[in-house]
Write a protein that binds this ligand. Structure first.
Ligand SMILES: Cc1ncc(COP(=O)(O)O)c(C=O)c1O
Length: 437
Protein backbone atom coordinates (compact mmCIF):
# COMPACT_ATOMS: atom_id res chain seq x y z
CA UNK A 1 0.00 0.00 0.00
CA UNK A 2 1.02 3.58 -0.61
CA UNK A 3 2.91 5.45 2.11
CA UNK A 4 0.23 7.33 4.03
CA UNK A 5 2.34 7.75 7.14
CA UNK A 6 2.39 11.54 7.02
CA UNK A 7 -1.41 11.71 6.80
CA UNK A 8 -3.69 11.48 9.87
CA UNK A 9 -3.59 8.10 11.63
CA UNK A 10 -6.85 6.70 10.22
CA UNK A 11 -6.15 7.63 6.58
CA UNK A 12 -6.84 4.78 4.21
CA UNK A 13 -8.12 3.99 0.72
CA UNK A 14 -11.75 2.84 0.45
CA UNK A 15 -13.43 0.38 -1.89
CA UNK A 16 -13.88 3.11 -4.53
CA UNK A 17 -10.13 3.72 -4.42
CA UNK A 18 -10.61 7.16 -2.80
CA UNK A 19 -8.66 8.65 0.07
CA UNK A 20 -10.59 8.51 3.36
CA UNK A 21 -10.00 9.96 6.81
CA UNK A 22 -11.90 8.78 9.91
CA UNK A 23 -14.06 6.77 7.49
CA UNK A 24 -15.02 9.83 5.43
CA UNK A 25 -14.40 9.79 1.69
CA UNK A 26 -12.54 13.00 0.87
CA UNK A 27 -14.15 13.14 -2.60
CA UNK A 28 -17.58 13.29 -0.93
CA UNK A 29 -16.41 15.90 1.58
CA UNK A 30 -14.90 18.06 -1.17
CA UNK A 31 -18.13 17.84 -3.18
CA UNK A 32 -20.31 18.61 -0.18
CA UNK A 33 -18.29 21.41 1.44
CA UNK A 34 -16.40 22.82 -1.53
CA UNK A 35 -12.67 23.48 -1.81
CA UNK A 36 -10.21 24.55 -0.58
CA UNK A 37 -11.24 22.43 2.36
CA UNK A 38 -9.27 21.71 5.53
CA UNK A 39 -9.98 18.67 7.65
CA UNK A 40 -8.59 17.75 11.07
CA UNK A 41 -8.77 14.26 12.46
CA UNK A 42 -9.50 14.54 16.19
CA UNK A 43 -8.05 11.15 17.13
CA UNK A 44 -4.65 12.05 15.65
CA UNK A 45 -4.38 15.14 17.86
CA UNK A 46 -5.44 13.21 20.96
CA UNK A 47 -2.86 10.54 20.17
CA UNK A 48 -0.12 13.18 19.88
CA UNK A 49 -1.12 14.71 23.23
CA UNK A 50 -1.29 11.30 24.92
CA UNK A 51 2.11 10.39 23.52
CA UNK A 52 3.77 13.48 25.02
CA UNK A 53 2.02 13.08 28.38
CA UNK A 54 3.07 9.45 28.48
CA UNK A 55 6.70 10.44 27.75
CA UNK A 56 6.61 13.06 30.51
CA UNK A 57 5.48 10.39 32.97
CA UNK A 58 8.23 8.10 31.80
CA UNK A 59 11.11 10.57 31.84
CA UNK A 60 10.36 13.43 34.23
CA UNK A 61 10.01 12.78 37.96
CA UNK A 62 8.56 16.23 38.72
CA UNK A 63 5.36 17.91 37.58
CA UNK A 64 4.97 18.61 33.86
CA UNK A 65 2.51 20.56 31.74
CA UNK A 66 1.80 20.58 28.02
CA UNK A 67 0.81 24.01 26.79
CA UNK A 68 -0.33 24.02 23.17
CA UNK A 69 1.15 26.91 21.17
CA UNK A 70 -2.11 28.21 19.81
CA UNK A 71 -0.46 30.20 17.00
CA UNK A 72 -0.15 26.88 15.15
CA UNK A 73 -3.95 26.76 14.74
CA UNK A 74 -6.75 28.13 16.85
CA UNK A 75 -10.44 28.55 16.36
CA UNK A 76 -13.15 28.91 18.97
CA UNK A 77 -14.57 25.41 18.37
CA UNK A 78 -11.11 23.87 18.53
CA UNK A 79 -10.20 25.83 21.67
CA UNK A 80 -13.31 24.43 23.41
CA UNK A 81 -12.09 20.90 22.74
CA UNK A 82 -8.58 21.69 24.00
CA UNK A 83 -9.98 23.27 27.17
CA UNK A 84 -12.04 20.13 27.85
CA UNK A 85 -8.98 17.94 27.41
CA UNK A 86 -7.23 19.87 30.18
CA UNK A 87 -4.21 20.97 28.15
CA UNK A 88 -2.42 24.30 28.80
CA UNK A 89 -2.32 27.10 26.24
CA UNK A 90 0.31 29.52 24.99
CA UNK A 91 -1.28 32.71 23.62
CA UNK A 92 0.29 35.76 21.97
CA UNK A 93 -2.45 38.32 21.49
CA UNK A 94 -5.62 39.80 22.89
CA UNK A 95 -7.55 37.78 20.32
CA UNK A 96 -6.05 34.50 21.50
CA UNK A 97 -6.63 35.52 25.16
CA UNK A 98 -10.31 36.18 24.43
CA UNK A 99 -10.77 32.88 22.61
CA UNK A 100 -9.09 31.06 25.51
CA UNK A 101 -11.42 32.80 27.99
CA UNK A 102 -14.57 32.13 26.01
CA UNK A 103 -13.55 28.51 25.36
CA UNK A 104 -13.35 27.83 29.09
CA UNK A 105 -9.60 27.64 29.77
CA UNK A 106 -8.57 28.03 33.37
CA UNK A 107 -6.14 30.96 33.64
CA UNK A 108 -3.70 28.86 35.65
CA UNK A 109 -2.69 26.96 32.49
CA UNK A 110 -2.43 29.93 30.12
CA UNK A 111 0.72 31.92 29.42
CA UNK A 112 1.21 34.98 27.24
CA UNK A 113 4.11 35.42 24.84
CA UNK A 114 5.07 38.19 22.44
CA UNK A 115 8.01 40.52 21.79
CA UNK A 116 5.85 43.67 21.79
CA UNK A 117 2.78 43.13 23.92
CA UNK A 118 0.35 46.02 24.05
CA UNK A 119 -0.77 47.51 27.35
CA UNK A 120 -4.24 46.11 26.63
CA UNK A 121 -2.76 42.61 26.28
CA UNK A 122 -0.74 42.95 29.48
CA UNK A 123 -3.77 44.27 31.38
CA UNK A 124 -6.05 41.51 30.10
CA UNK A 125 -3.52 38.88 31.17
CA UNK A 126 -3.01 40.49 34.57
CA UNK A 127 -6.76 40.84 35.19
CA UNK A 128 -7.41 37.26 34.21
CA UNK A 129 -4.59 36.02 36.47
CA UNK A 130 -2.86 33.73 33.99
CA UNK A 131 -0.07 31.27 34.80
CA UNK A 132 2.61 33.62 33.46
CA UNK A 133 3.15 36.72 31.38
CA UNK A 134 6.37 35.83 29.59
CA UNK A 135 8.37 39.06 29.75
CA UNK A 136 10.38 39.60 26.59
CA UNK A 137 12.44 42.73 27.29
CA UNK A 138 13.42 45.29 29.92
CA UNK A 139 11.03 47.94 28.64
CA UNK A 140 8.14 45.51 28.89
CA UNK A 141 9.15 44.64 32.44
CA UNK A 142 8.99 48.30 33.39
CA UNK A 143 5.59 48.82 31.74
CA UNK A 144 4.23 45.71 33.41
CA UNK A 145 5.44 46.86 36.82
CA UNK A 146 3.63 50.17 36.27
CA UNK A 147 0.42 48.42 35.23
CA UNK A 148 0.65 46.02 38.17
CA UNK A 149 1.24 48.86 40.59
CA UNK A 150 -1.74 50.81 39.17
CA UNK A 151 -3.93 47.71 39.50
CA UNK A 152 -2.45 46.85 42.90
CA UNK A 153 -1.98 43.32 41.61
CA UNK A 154 1.30 41.37 41.47
CA UNK A 155 2.03 40.03 38.01
CA UNK A 156 3.08 36.40 37.77
CA UNK A 157 5.80 36.26 35.13
CA UNK A 158 8.44 34.18 33.41
CA UNK A 159 11.47 35.70 31.76
CA UNK A 160 12.07 34.77 28.15
CA UNK A 161 15.81 34.20 27.96
CA UNK A 162 17.59 34.06 24.61
CA UNK A 163 20.35 31.50 25.05
CA UNK A 164 22.23 32.80 22.01
CA UNK A 165 22.66 29.56 20.15
CA UNK A 166 21.61 28.64 16.64
CA UNK A 167 19.77 25.52 15.59
CA UNK A 168 19.52 23.68 12.32
CA UNK A 169 16.31 25.02 10.81
CA UNK A 170 15.21 27.70 8.34
CA UNK A 171 16.52 31.18 9.42
CA UNK A 172 12.96 32.53 9.55
CA UNK A 173 11.99 30.04 12.23
CA UNK A 174 15.11 30.35 14.40
CA UNK A 175 14.50 32.37 17.55
CA UNK A 176 17.37 31.84 19.98
CA UNK A 177 20.40 33.19 18.09
CA UNK A 178 22.49 36.27 18.91
CA UNK A 179 20.54 38.49 16.51
CA UNK A 180 17.05 37.29 17.48
CA UNK A 181 14.28 39.82 18.07
CA UNK A 182 12.91 37.59 20.83
CA UNK A 183 13.73 37.61 24.50
CA UNK A 184 16.36 38.88 26.89
CA UNK A 185 19.78 37.93 25.60
CA UNK A 186 22.29 36.29 27.89
CA UNK A 187 25.29 37.63 25.95
CA UNK A 188 24.70 41.33 26.53
CA UNK A 189 23.65 41.17 30.18
CA UNK A 190 19.96 42.04 29.58
CA UNK A 191 18.80 38.75 31.04
CA UNK A 192 20.80 39.31 34.22
CA UNK A 193 19.54 42.86 34.62
CA UNK A 194 15.93 41.70 34.21
CA UNK A 195 16.35 38.86 36.69
CA UNK A 196 17.87 41.12 39.35
CA UNK A 197 15.13 43.64 38.82
CA UNK A 198 12.43 41.00 39.21
CA UNK A 199 13.95 39.69 42.42
CA UNK A 200 13.70 43.11 44.02
CA UNK A 201 10.38 44.22 42.53
CA UNK A 202 7.26 44.28 44.71
CA UNK A 203 5.09 44.05 41.57
CA UNK A 204 6.29 40.92 39.87
CA UNK A 205 6.39 37.35 41.02
CA UNK A 206 9.01 35.57 38.94
CA UNK A 207 7.66 32.03 38.68
CA UNK A 208 9.89 30.69 35.92
CA UNK A 209 12.33 31.00 33.06
CA UNK A 210 11.72 30.20 29.44
CA UNK A 211 13.49 29.82 26.11
CA UNK A 212 12.17 28.92 22.67
CA UNK A 213 14.76 27.88 20.12
CA UNK A 214 12.78 27.87 16.90
CA UNK A 215 10.59 25.51 14.99
CA UNK A 216 10.84 22.32 12.92
CA UNK A 217 13.84 21.06 14.97
CA UNK A 218 14.74 17.36 14.88
CA UNK A 219 17.84 17.37 17.09
CA UNK A 220 17.39 17.51 20.86
CA UNK A 221 20.97 18.59 21.61
CA UNK A 222 20.28 22.37 21.36
CA UNK A 223 17.50 21.91 23.94
CA UNK A 224 19.97 20.37 26.37
CA UNK A 225 22.40 23.23 25.80
CA UNK A 226 19.68 25.84 26.25
CA UNK A 227 18.46 24.30 29.51
CA UNK A 228 22.02 24.11 30.83
CA UNK A 229 22.57 27.78 29.99
CA UNK A 230 19.29 28.85 31.56
CA UNK A 231 19.89 26.89 34.74
CA UNK A 232 23.49 28.01 35.08
CA UNK A 233 22.28 31.59 34.67
CA UNK A 234 19.59 31.13 37.34
CA UNK A 235 21.99 29.47 39.77
CA UNK A 236 24.64 32.16 39.24
CA UNK A 237 22.00 34.73 40.23
CA UNK A 238 20.81 32.74 43.26
CA UNK A 239 17.41 32.19 41.70
CA UNK A 240 15.58 28.87 42.06
CA UNK A 241 13.03 28.60 39.23
CA UNK A 242 9.73 26.97 40.21
CA UNK A 243 8.96 26.51 36.48
CA UNK A 244 11.16 25.96 33.44
CA UNK A 245 10.00 25.95 29.85
CA UNK A 246 12.27 25.11 26.91
CA UNK A 247 9.44 26.15 24.58
CA UNK A 248 8.19 24.11 21.66
CA UNK A 249 9.62 23.52 18.22
CA UNK A 250 9.84 19.77 17.72
CA UNK A 251 9.71 18.97 14.01
CA UNK A 252 7.16 17.05 11.98
CA UNK A 253 7.37 15.21 8.66
CA UNK A 254 6.00 17.06 5.66
CA UNK A 255 7.34 14.62 3.08
CA UNK A 256 8.45 11.00 3.15
CA UNK A 257 12.08 12.20 2.94
CA UNK A 258 11.89 14.13 6.24
CA UNK A 259 13.57 12.55 9.29
CA UNK A 260 11.53 10.57 11.81
CA UNK A 261 9.62 12.87 14.15
CA UNK A 262 9.42 10.66 17.20
CA UNK A 263 9.36 13.04 20.20
CA UNK A 264 10.89 10.54 22.62
CA UNK A 265 14.37 12.01 22.03
CA UNK A 266 13.00 15.50 22.74
CA UNK A 267 11.17 14.70 25.98
CA UNK A 268 13.96 12.44 27.26
CA UNK A 269 16.60 15.12 26.64
CA UNK A 270 14.72 18.06 28.15
CA UNK A 271 13.60 15.99 31.13
CA UNK A 272 17.13 14.72 31.70
CA UNK A 273 18.67 18.19 31.41
CA UNK A 274 16.23 19.76 33.90
CA UNK A 275 16.64 16.84 36.28
CA UNK A 276 20.45 17.07 36.13
CA UNK A 277 20.35 20.82 36.79
CA UNK A 278 18.03 20.33 39.77
CA UNK A 279 20.41 17.79 41.24
CA UNK A 280 23.51 19.88 40.46
CA UNK A 281 22.13 23.04 42.06
CA UNK A 282 20.15 21.29 44.77
CA UNK A 283 16.76 22.60 43.62
CA UNK A 284 13.37 20.94 43.98
CA UNK A 285 12.29 19.68 40.53
CA UNK A 286 10.84 22.65 38.70
CA UNK A 287 7.56 22.23 36.89
CA UNK A 288 8.53 21.48 33.28
CA UNK A 289 6.36 23.18 30.64
CA UNK A 290 6.62 22.23 26.97
CA UNK A 291 4.88 24.32 24.33
CA UNK A 292 4.46 22.20 21.20
CA UNK A 293 2.37 23.69 18.43
CA UNK A 294 3.26 22.07 15.14
CA UNK A 295 3.87 18.62 16.62
CA UNK A 296 0.37 18.43 18.09
CA UNK A 297 -1.66 19.53 15.08
CA UNK A 298 0.31 19.42 11.82
CA UNK A 299 -0.23 15.75 11.06
CA UNK A 300 -3.92 15.83 11.94
CA UNK A 301 -4.67 18.41 9.23
CA UNK A 302 -5.12 17.84 5.50
CA UNK A 303 -5.81 20.50 2.88
CA UNK A 304 -7.96 19.47 -0.09
CA UNK A 305 -7.89 21.48 -3.30
CA UNK A 306 -9.49 21.08 -6.71
CA UNK A 307 -7.36 20.95 -9.83
CA UNK A 308 -8.16 23.63 -12.43
CA UNK A 309 -5.98 24.79 -15.35
CA UNK A 310 -2.94 22.85 -16.45
CA UNK A 311 -0.27 24.00 -18.88
CA UNK A 312 3.29 23.38 -19.94
CA UNK A 313 5.69 26.33 -20.05
CA UNK A 314 8.16 26.87 -22.91
CA UNK A 315 10.86 25.68 -20.52
CA UNK A 316 8.92 22.45 -20.23
CA UNK A 317 7.58 22.76 -16.71
CA UNK A 318 4.20 21.12 -16.32
CA UNK A 319 2.00 23.39 -14.17
CA UNK A 320 -1.06 22.23 -12.28
CA UNK A 321 -3.13 25.06 -10.79
CA UNK A 322 -5.29 24.48 -7.73
CA UNK A 323 -8.08 26.62 -6.28
CA UNK A 324 -6.13 27.76 -3.19
CA UNK A 325 -2.49 28.41 -2.36
CA UNK A 326 -0.74 31.44 -0.92
CA UNK A 327 -3.83 32.85 0.83
CA UNK A 328 -4.55 29.71 2.85
CA UNK A 329 -0.94 28.51 3.05
CA UNK A 330 1.79 31.16 3.04
CA UNK A 331 4.43 28.78 4.46
CA UNK A 332 6.03 28.00 1.12
CA UNK A 333 6.48 31.67 0.26
CA UNK A 334 7.63 32.52 3.80
CA UNK A 335 10.23 29.81 4.30
CA UNK A 336 10.31 27.41 1.38
CA UNK A 337 8.27 24.80 3.21
CA UNK A 338 8.11 21.48 1.34
CA UNK A 339 4.98 19.43 0.77
CA UNK A 340 3.79 16.39 -1.06
CA UNK A 341 0.36 15.56 -2.50
CA UNK A 342 -1.96 12.67 -3.29
CA UNK A 343 -4.75 12.56 -5.83
CA UNK A 344 -7.86 12.08 -3.70
CA UNK A 345 -9.69 10.09 -6.40
CA UNK A 346 -6.72 7.78 -7.18
CA UNK A 347 -4.16 7.86 -4.33
CA UNK A 348 -2.76 4.43 -5.23
CA UNK A 349 -2.14 5.22 -8.91
CA UNK A 350 1.60 5.36 -9.68
CA UNK A 351 3.00 8.72 -10.78
CA UNK A 352 3.43 9.34 -14.50
CA UNK A 353 4.68 12.91 -14.58
CA UNK A 354 6.60 15.54 -12.61
CA UNK A 355 4.57 18.70 -12.06
CA UNK A 356 4.69 22.00 -10.25
CA UNK A 357 1.57 22.64 -8.18
CA UNK A 358 0.78 26.35 -8.25
CA UNK A 359 -1.88 28.40 -6.48
CA UNK A 360 -4.44 30.74 -8.01
CA UNK A 361 -3.20 33.98 -6.46
CA UNK A 362 -1.57 36.88 -8.28
CA UNK A 363 2.00 36.24 -7.21
CA UNK A 364 4.60 34.22 -9.10
CA UNK A 365 5.76 33.00 -5.69
CA UNK A 366 2.39 31.33 -5.16
CA UNK A 367 3.81 27.85 -5.68
CA UNK A 368 2.57 25.15 -3.32
CA UNK A 369 4.91 22.35 -4.44
CA UNK A 370 7.78 23.20 -6.80
CA UNK A 371 8.18 19.57 -7.94
CA UNK A 372 6.11 16.50 -7.23
CA UNK A 373 5.50 13.24 -9.07
CA UNK A 374 1.81 12.62 -9.70
CA UNK A 375 -0.40 10.58 -12.00
CA UNK A 376 -2.07 12.25 -14.98
CA UNK A 377 -4.60 14.75 -13.71
CA UNK A 378 -7.80 16.13 -15.13
CA UNK A 379 -9.72 19.26 -14.30
CA UNK A 380 -11.94 18.62 -11.27
CA UNK A 381 -9.64 16.07 -9.64
CA UNK A 382 -8.72 16.82 -6.04
CA UNK A 383 -5.32 16.98 -4.40
CA UNK A 384 -4.83 16.24 -0.70
CA UNK A 385 -1.84 17.86 0.99
CA UNK A 386 -0.84 16.13 4.23
CA UNK A 387 0.72 17.80 7.29
CA UNK A 388 -1.41 20.88 6.73
CA UNK A 389 -2.61 21.34 10.30
CA UNK A 390 -0.08 23.91 11.57
CA UNK A 391 0.73 27.50 10.57
CA UNK A 392 -1.49 27.42 7.50
CA UNK A 393 -4.99 28.43 8.53
CA UNK A 394 -3.57 30.51 11.38
CA UNK A 395 -1.49 32.47 8.88
CA UNK A 396 -4.16 32.52 6.15
CA UNK A 397 -5.08 35.86 4.62
CA UNK A 398 -7.78 37.34 2.42
CA UNK A 399 -5.26 38.11 -0.33
CA UNK A 400 -7.15 38.77 -3.58
CA UNK A 401 -10.23 38.75 -1.30
CA UNK A 402 -9.99 35.01 -1.02
CA UNK A 403 -12.46 33.47 1.41
CA UNK A 404 -10.80 31.58 4.24
CA UNK A 405 -11.82 27.93 3.80
CA UNK A 406 -14.21 25.63 5.60
CA UNK A 407 -12.53 23.61 8.35
CA UNK A 408 -13.97 20.26 9.40
CA UNK A 409 -13.34 18.15 12.46
CA UNK A 410 -13.58 14.43 11.75
CA UNK A 411 -14.08 11.63 14.22
CA UNK A 412 -15.21 8.11 13.26
CA UNK A 413 -18.89 8.54 12.37
CA UNK A 414 -19.01 12.18 13.38
CA UNK A 415 -18.33 15.37 11.49
CA UNK A 416 -18.32 18.92 12.80
CA UNK A 417 -17.68 22.30 11.22
CA UNK A 418 -14.91 24.12 13.07
CA UNK A 419 -14.97 27.12 10.75
CA UNK A 420 -17.44 28.09 8.04
CA UNK A 421 -16.06 29.27 4.75
CA UNK A 422 -16.06 33.07 4.62
CA UNK A 423 -18.57 34.57 2.20
CA UNK A 424 -17.44 37.03 -0.48
CA UNK A 425 -20.34 39.37 0.29
CA UNK A 426 -19.98 39.36 4.06
CA UNK A 427 -20.50 42.79 5.51
CA UNK A 428 -17.14 43.14 7.28
CA UNK A 429 -15.44 42.87 3.89
CA UNK A 430 -17.64 45.61 2.45
CA UNK A 431 -16.86 47.93 5.36
CA UNK A 432 -13.19 47.10 5.05
CA UNK A 433 -13.20 48.03 1.36
CA UNK A 434 -14.85 51.38 2.11
CA UNK A 435 -18.40 50.53 1.04
CA UNK A 436 -21.04 52.68 2.74
CA UNK A 437 -23.57 50.28 4.22
C1 LIG B 1 7.36 30.90 22.40
C2 LIG B 1 6.93 29.81 21.50
N1 LIG B 1 6.60 28.64 22.02
C3 LIG B 1 6.19 27.60 21.25
C4 LIG B 1 6.10 27.75 19.88
C5 LIG B 1 5.62 26.59 19.07
O1 LIG B 1 6.54 26.12 18.15
P1 LIG B 1 6.21 24.82 17.33
O2 LIG B 1 4.90 25.02 16.69
O3 LIG B 1 7.30 24.69 16.35
O4 LIG B 1 6.17 23.68 18.31
C6 LIG B 1 6.44 28.96 19.29
C7 LIG B 1 6.37 29.12 17.83
O5 LIG B 1 6.73 30.07 17.24
C8 LIG B 1 6.86 30.03 20.11
O6 LIG B 1 7.18 31.21 19.61
Amino acid sequence: MDDLSIFPNSTTINEKGHLTIAGYDLVDLANQYGTPLYVYEGATIRTQIDRLNHLFKRYYPGEALLAYASKAYLSFQFAKKLAKWGIGLDVVSLGEIRIAQMAGFHPSVVHLHGNNKSEAELMAALDWGIQAIVVDNLEELEILEQIASRSQKRARIWLRITPDLSVDTHPHIQTAHLDSKFGLHLENGEAEEALQRCLSSPWVDLSGIHAHLGSQIFDSEPYRMAIERLCEFAARNNYIPPEISPGGGWGVRYTAEDPADDPEQWVRTVSGAVQEAAIRYDWPYPRLVLEPGRWLVARAGVAVYQVGSQKTTPSNTRLVAIDGGLADNPRVALYQARYTAKVVERPAEPPSQTVRVVGKFCESGDVLIPQVNLPTLKRGDHLAIPASGAYQLSMASNYNYAARPTVLWLEQGQIEILQQREQPDQSSWLVYSGENL
